[in-house]
Design a protein around this ligand. Sequence first.
Ligand code: ADP
Ligand code: MG
Length: 369
Amino acid sequence: MIIGGCPNGAPAVYTNQAELLTRQGSHSSNLIIMITVEGLTKRYANHVAVDNISFSVERGQIVGFLGPNGAGKTTTMRVLTCFLPPTSGTARVAEFDVLEQPMEVKKRIGYLPETPPLYPEMEVVEYLEYVGRLKGVPKESLARRVDEAAEKCSVGDVKSKLIGKLSKGYRQRVGLAQAIIHNPDVLILDEPTSGLDPQQIIETRDLIKGLAGEHTIILSTHILPEVEQLCERVIIIAKGKLVATDTVQNLTSRLRGAETVAIEITGRNGAGLSTPDVLERLERVAGVSRVLERDSRDGNLTLMVESEQGQHIRPELARAVVEAGWNLNELHAVGLSLEEIFLELTGAPKADVTAPHATTVGGFAGGNQ
Ligand SMILES: Nc1ncnc2c1ncn2[C@@H]1O[C@H](COP(=O)(O)OP(=O)(O)O)[C@@H](O)[C@H]1O
Ligand SMILES: [Mg+2]
């Protein structure tokens, strides 16, 4: 695994190297790469929105594209869907280049933009037929495709309603139905739950889960639990740069090879504890990178102790506490949450995620939650 700055000045990207090697070495594997992005850069005038990012997505995967507002998620998706040409680098869908064979790419991609392209004055069924014709669905199968898409996206019961009369949740589902109308291999969903109420969010996530088996899906989000609930892999970008790509599980459990240990101590025989003394003593334990105070009440001091990479500090930590003459009430390892990892990787300010709606990542300035 790579984390931290590279000597040659290239952006530091965390990837799971072991997994990468296995994949490269497995000739018998029938994995098919559906999306390949190589050295993609997109510049708007002088502003670099996407800066030399590379990643790939296997067929059938559901991948979370995670990053704070302004990270470059929408821009990347617009390049993948042939709405924007890359400034440099390449993007391919099912081996078709977005610049060289956009028609082939578009056939294979269903796109739900941040604001779905809906026409309020159209009935749902009319609209889906219209999009189907635009996307080249053959006349004889159009009615069937409209029914299938409407059913999959749970809008069958409002088929003859005007889109303008639908709730936001229904409109979003019509947006999904238009994205799958031509039964594309790949779905690109830009913040699909943004602006929905909690019930609508659950329904939309369930719907996306249901689509996952048949389609390769990239969905962008700034909501961490959404990634944990929906995605197998995550691609994290910040300020246009790729900062991590791995399975959600690996990211949460193995990213740093470091451990965080929660300990609770008290003074022996009712004696008080000096927090600075405790911090100073524990910081000297071999392998400890930092010690943070979590709580201090009734003579109990709770601390979070972080190890350096690859260090197992629990035995030494326990010994140090006992040798200092304190009682060790509790000591256990705590896993890093995806949120903590995200903050670590993107350098997003912690203050932003300690707000009441602590499920959004740092830097998000939208008002949709
Ligand atoms: N059409 C545009 N012209 C100029 N700058 C843009 C344009 N679209 C996006 N940007 C800038 O590019 C960066 C990435 O934006 P975007 O891809 O929308 O990020 P995200 O979807 O992750 O919030 C932001 O700094 C944004 O202000
Ligand atoms: Mg966006």
